[in-house]
Design a protein around this ligand. Structure first.
Ligand code: 13P
Ligand code: SF4
Length: 300
């Protein structure tokens, strides 16, 4: 393993590459990152980097977002099969039809989406800023895509607007149940429950805090509590523990594993840098339209 990490370090210098890593990635991948973070942080950061290549260790829509924001940089992903099933739950044709049904509505699209769907949207959001994004809009009606659970959370927090929720969801976050969390709470009585907004509503309802992956890290740091039940992908336990070595983190479900996130390995990262693969491309017309929706979000 040491040999691979040394080779990666040499190559990243040689190719003027920066390695961005999402919080759900394998521990050994997080350990070789130049930067780790949630979707919003990594998107923002990609624009500030002075480099030729960004190797994005996450899923496809994250690397694609980096390409939309940085057309002049080479964006690589270690495994092209690392997709996000939720992002594929709405197509551009379906969104066009939905827009025709609600002509006065603003389209708010979760960053977990394809470039084509972003291009048809008024603004993007992430799990960290959905409420702020919706509150920034003058429209009374909102088409929210593709995640119905994040959409429902934002709807409950921004009460006065009418929401049309697309019915997408994250299969990984579906495994959490209220009954399981209540059982864990009976054992870990002082634990706070941190829930990602992709979880089902019954789980959101018993959360002490609903937040993005990186917001979980800062919340745990600031909290006086020393035990937390974590309702998001299990990879999250690694950065939480690393940043808060004196606190205890318990998985809300050991089965919450995103198989796509786990496709990126150190070997594939090395091959990606050696062969400059797999490069992400986005059609220029689509990119420009998608950029507007992302830039509007980043500006908030
Ligand atoms: P975050 O932006 O909170 O890291 O979430 C991304 C994601 O895909 C969650 O499943
Ligand atoms: Fe997509 Fe869910 Fe995996 Fe996040 S955890 S990348 S939403 S499938």
């Amino acid at each position: 393993m040491q040999e691979i990490t040394e080779k990666i370090s040499l190559l990243r210098k040689e190719k003027n590459a920066v390695i961005l890593v999402h919080n759900y990635q394998l521990p050994e991948v997080q350990d070789i990152a130049d930067f780790t973070g949630d979707s919003l942080e990594l998107a923002r950061l990609s624009q500030k980097l002075d480099c030729k290549v960004i190797l994005f260790c996450g899923v496809h829509f994250m690397a694609e977002t980096a390409k939309i924001l940085n057309p002049g940089k080479i964006i690589l992903i270690p495994d092209l099969h690392a997709g996000c099933p939720m992002a594929d739950m709405i197509t551009d044709q379906q969104l066009r039809r939905e827009k025709e049904k609600h002509p006065g509505a603003a389209v708010v699209t979760y960053i977990n989406s394809t470039a084509e769907v972003k291009a048809l949207s008024d603004i993007c959001c992430t799990s960290a800023n959905g409420i702020k994004v919706v509150n920034s809009l003058g429209n009374e009606e909102i088409i929210f895509t593709p995640d119905k659970y994040l959409g429902s959370y934002v709807e409950r927090q921004t009460k006065t607007k009418k929401f049309y929720l697309w019915s997408g969801y994250c299969p990984t976050h579906m495994v959490f149940s209220r009954a399981d969390i209540e059982k864990l709470k009976r054992v870990h009585r002082t634990a706070e429950v941190l829930v990602h907004p992709e979880c089902r509503i019954e789980v959101q309802e018993i959360a002490d805090r609903i937040c993005s992956t990186s917001q979980m890290i800062s919340y745990a740091k600031d909290s006086k509590t020393s035990e937390f039940i974590i309702c998001t992908e299990v990879g999250m336990l690694y950065p939480l523990q690393k940043e808060n070595p004196d606190k205890k983190f318990i998985a809300g479900s050991p089965n919450a594993i995103c198989p796509n996130m786990k496709l990126n390995s150190l070997e594939k990262i090395l091959w990606a840098l050696e062969d400059m693969k797999h490069e992400i491309h986005v059609d220029e017309t689509i990119r420009k339209k998608a950029l507007k929706a992302i830039e509007k979000m980043v500006a908030i």
